[in-house]
Structure formats: structure tokens, C-alpha cells
Design a protein around this ligand. Structure first.
Ligand code: APR
Ligand code: PHB
Length: 389
């Protein structure tokens, strides 16, 4: 087989890149290790930056988001009963869109199907060959048959556990990492949200987040030690912990119910450089992981796609390689700023095992300052709604 760009990974970044390239007349083949149902069964965050909303509209998948998504003009930070509203609209003139990543991925698959895109599922043994030559190719097994695709470029959109990053020789890679000593225990429940906006809660009992998907589907998280197991957390224990973290006024009207999904996610900050190895380009989780505290995971993958899709279109259609030569630097500049924001949000809102009283006072003072300083709120708002591309 032959194509312009082989895309490894059929998650949101791979599908969005494929959709944008196909709309510009660049041919792609997407190779996805699992089945489509499996990709769509992953529960991930759901806060979209303005830039992400624009990119999804540009890719022709904005219609259902506009109909079913919920623009949010602000969010709440709480410290026990102190509630600080960050008014994105007033502070930046912009808003975010609450629309689940699963919905985004569903829309992208539908759009790719509509234009007859080539997406091969259940592929195995993917090997990226000669990426550092002018004639890369990818071999893989599909439906029990060994296959090969010759291409001009390869986009590694295969997440943290994919093959793309590992295709770059270990001694040429530089990895930066911060592993946090706690995880997020999250549930999904068919109950009305605790509040019309998201609440990021710091409390004497640790961190909690009250989020939502729609009027009757809520998403909640509490901070737990990494050693905890989901089985150790009954719904009742979860609600008890959550209500001990949220402000009293919110708890008064909180509707609880059975969880329909429950899982623990570890928190990590990770960046692997370089993002480019010859004709191979890393995108999204294949190159970087952020803790979910800043809601930057999907949004950062989309900004990588923004930089790379323009560059690949120019390279394939006009033979102009300036964009691909500048991809890594442009993407990394924004990646490190989002890394910083996600790290600062995580340290500002979580209890660290064995921390002293001073650390707790720092969190309280940071939130108090947020409540008293418009400049501090504007800084947080600018980062939360998404820094410019
Ligand atoms: N061959 C083919 N596909 C692979 C391989 C492989 N060797 N390894 C992994 N994949 C697939 C996975 O099955 C997954 O569907 O690559 C896809 C990667 O998708 P994501 O992990 O969702 O990564 P990305 O598309 O970059 O999206 C980033 O996802 O994890 C969230 O918080 C993260 O929101 C962010 C977003
Ligand atoms: C979510 O809705 O799942 C969510 C929202 C915001 C975050 C993380 C997760 O920061």
C-alpha cells in the first residue's frame, strides 16, 4: 500500500489529524491497535479550549458539539467553604466547552467514515521503518496478514504506550517526568451536576473535582493514595469523601446515586523530546502526558495537530518543508507552558503524603490570594481557556 501520511493511533489526535489532512487533499491511512468500540469506551475528560472548538469546527465536526455541548463562562475553586469564581468571560472574553472526549472521538469517526477514510482496526506488530530516510514505510499485521505501507511521512498518535516514541533511539531521547504520589478516583453517575460550573475543591480531606457531561450525567473525582484499589471504594464511601471535600452550600443540594463507571487514574507530568525523528512526528500523549487537573490532555493533543496538519499539507502539496522543520519547536513551546499550568494546578490543590503544615498553609494562601486578586484570577483564566497557538 502507498499513501502520503501513515497515522499510528486512532484516538482523538490521530483521527483529527487524518480528517484535517483528508479535507486538504492529503491521503492518510490510520492504523489502530484496538477495535473502534474499545477506543470509544474510554472515559476521558471533557473540557475543550476555544482553540480545540475551532479546530473541531474546521474539521467539520462542530455541529453536534454546538448542539449538545455546554459553553461554560467560569469555574469555581474552593477551599473548604471559601468559593472563588473564575469568570473566564469577564477576565478573557472567552469561554470553554464542556463536551466529553468520547463524543469528540465519536464525531471524528463519523466524519472519517463519511469521507471514506482508511482506518484499519485491530492491527498488530506495527513497526515504523526508515523514518530517518526519505522513504519511510510501516509494516504491521492485519487480519492475520503481514502488510506494508510506503509513505512520505509518519505521525505517531499512538499515546503513551505506543510504538512511535520508542522508534526514536533511546540515546537520542530526553524524557522529563514528575510522578505525583496520588491518583484520581473518578465516578460517572446519572445524577444532576452538583453545580452549574466545575468545582475544583481543596479541603482538609484532600482534593475533589465536581464536573459533568450533561444535565443528568455527572463526573466526580476524589484524590486517593496510589495504593488504593477501586474495590476498596463503595459508592457510599465515595460520596462520603466527596461531600467532605465540597463546600457546605454545594453539599446541601448534592444528589447522589449509583456509579455507572468507577476507575482510578494515576497523575503524571511527562514530556519526551524530540518530537521529530526524520519523517516521524510525535503528537499528543505519544510525546507528553499532563495530570488531568488543568484539563489540558486533549487540548494539548489538538494544538500539536494544529501545528502539524498545516506543516504536512505544505510539505505534501507544495514540497515546502519549513513547517515540518519548525513543528517541534512550535509545539514544544506551548506544551511546556501547559505542563507548567497543569503542574501548578496539581501542586496548588492536592495534599502530598507526609507534607508539613506549611504546605497546607501555602495552598490556603494561594486560594485566598485568588479570591482577592483579579490579576491572579486572570492569569489562571488565560491558561485554563487555552493559551494562543
Ligand atoms: N499501533 C496502533 N495503535 C496504537 C498502538 C500501536 N502500537 N499503540 C497505541 N495505539 C492506539 C491506542 O489504542 C489509542 O486508541 O493509539 C491510540 C492513542 O490514543 P490516546 O491515548 O487517546 O492519545 P491521543 O489521541 O494523543 O489523545 C490524547 O487522550 O489520553 C487522553 O488525556 C489524553 O485527552 C488526551 C488524549
Ligand atoms: C472531566 O470532566 O472529566 C474533567 C474536567 C476537568 C478536569 C479533569 C476532568 O480538569
Amino acid at each position: 500500500m502507498k499513501t502520503d501520511v501513515v497515522i499510528i493511533g486512532g484516538g482523538p489526535s490521530g483521527l483529527l489529524l487524518s480528517q484535517l489532512l483528508n479535507r486538504a487533499g492529503v491521503a492518510t491511512i490510520v492504523l489502530e491497535r484496538t477495535g473502534r468500540a474499545r477506543v470509544l469506551s474510554r472515559i476521558r475528560a471533557g473540557v475543550l479550549e476555544q482553540g480545540t472548538v475551532r479546530m473541531l469546527q474546521e474539521a467539520g465536526v462542530g455541529e453536534r458539539m454546538a448542539r449538545e455541548g455546554h459553553p461554560h463562562e467560569g469555574c469555581i475553586f474552593s477551599d473548604d467553604d471559601l468559593m472563588v469564581r473564575i469568570d473566564f468571560k469577564e477576565l478573557t472574553g472567552k469561554t470553554v466547552m464542556v463536551y466529553g472526549q468520547t463524543e469528540v472521538t465519536t464525531d471524528l469517526y463519523a466524519a472519517q467514515d463519511a469521507i471514506g477514510a482508511t482506518i484499519l482496526h485491530e492491527v498488530a506488530d506495527v513497526v515504523i521503518c526508515d523514518a530517518d530516510s526519505d522513504a519511510p514505510f510501516v509494516t504491521f499485521t492485519h487480519e492475520g496478514v503481514q502488510k506494508r505501507i510506503d509513505c512520505a511521512y509518519v505521525a505517531g498518535c499512538d499515546g503513551f504506550h505506543g510504538v512511535s516514541r520508542k522508534t526514536i533511539p533511546q540515546d537520542r531521547r530526553r524524557e522529563f517526568e514528575r510522578v505525583y504520589p496520588f491518583g484520581w478516583l473518578g465516578i460517572l453517575s446519572r445524577t444532576p451536576p452538583a453545580h452549574e460550573e466545575l468545582i475544583y475543591a481543596n479541603s482538609a480531606n484532600g482534593f475533589a473535582l465536581a464536573s459533568m457531561r450533561n444535565e443528568m450525567l455527572s463526573r466526580y473525582y476524589v484524590q486517593v493514595p496510589l495504593t488504593d484499589k477501586v474495590e476498596e471504594w463503595s459508592d457510599d464511601r465515595f460520596w462520603e469523601r466527596l461531600t467532605s471535600c465540597l463546600p457546605g452550600d454545594v453539599v446541601k443540594t448534592l444528589v447522589t446515586g449509583p456509579s455507572i463507571e468507577k476507575s482510578i487514574a494515576p497523575l503524571r507530568s511527562f514530556v519526551s523530546e524530540p518530537l521529530r525523528w526524520g519523517r516521524l512526528f510525535l503528537v499528543g500523549d505519544a510525546a507528553h502526558i499532563v495530570p488531568p487537573t488543568g484539563a489540558k490532555g486533549l487540548n494539548l493533543a489538538v494544538s500539536d495537530v494544529f501545528y502539524l496538519h498545516e506543516a504536512l499539507i505544505a510539505a505534501v502539496k507544495q514540497g515546502d518543508t519549513r513547517g515540518i522543520d519548525g513543528y517541534a519547536a512550535r509545539a514544544l513551546a506551548r506544551i511546556w507552558k501547559a505542563m507548567r499550568f497543569s503542574w501548578s494546578m496539581t501542586t496548588m490543590l492536592h495534599h502530598f503524603e507526609g507534607e508539613d503544615g506549611f504546605a497546607g498553609q501555602m495552598r490556603k494562601a494561594t486560594l485566598l490570594h485568588l479570591s482577592q486578586s483579579e490579576t491572579a484570577r486572570r492569569d489562571l483564566a488565560e491558561n485554563y481557556i487555552g493559551l494562543p497557538y
